[in-house]
Design a protein around this ligand. Sequence first.
Ligand code: SF4
Ligand code: SF4
Length: 220
Amino acid sequence: MSNNNYFSGLFFGIKSLLTGLGVTMKEFFTRKITEQYPENRKELKMFDRFRGRLIMPHNENNEHKCIGCGLCQMACPNGSIKVTTEMLEAEDGKKKRSLVKYEYDLGCCMFCELCITACPQGAIEFCTDFENAVFDRAKLVQQLNKPGSKVAEKKPVAKPAAPAAAKPVTEAKPVAPAAAKPATEAKPAAPAAAKPAAPAESAEAPVEKKESNPETPAAV
Ligand code: SF4
Ligand code: SF4
């Protein structure tokens, strides 16, 4: 190996070493985005679109929105939902369907969200819970309606007050323009009748001069 080849190889090695060290130092001082799971379990917040498991939200009066129509159960391709209802007689004598039990099997749910899309009431949704693993599959079957809960009654929507009848704006009658008197046009001065100058009586009528044809014989 010649000396030239030896030194060119040495410089190439040092250059590539410094390049690598530059990348390392740059990443060393860059802000870290790696999640230290499970150490950060307490402060870890999943993003909103994460589908952890199905839930049925209840309000402070232990009321939910589910009317037991069963559309979510029919929409579920996996049979992960089982809706049990009963018919109750309302005060006005009408029969009304009421939810008894809403069972959801997390073990066979594939998080397709078809049930949520099918629900006309917006009664179910996905929460962002994670770490749902259990040792017993039976624990994955959950009842979503809380004990003693009932469907929230819809409050009658107050009709908006009818706006005061707007009086028609009395339109200002357009002021009749003063009868515009036609401007008295200055009558053009009648041209003085140009009386043809009467021929002076004394004027002699033009006498037609008959040239006598010298060749025409005079009438006898
Ligand atoms: S997300 Fe899909 S699979 Fe899971 S319960 Fe709803 S419809 Fe069924
Ligand atoms: S969750 Fe929605 S679709 Fe399912 S039974 Fe209740 S109201 Fe019907």
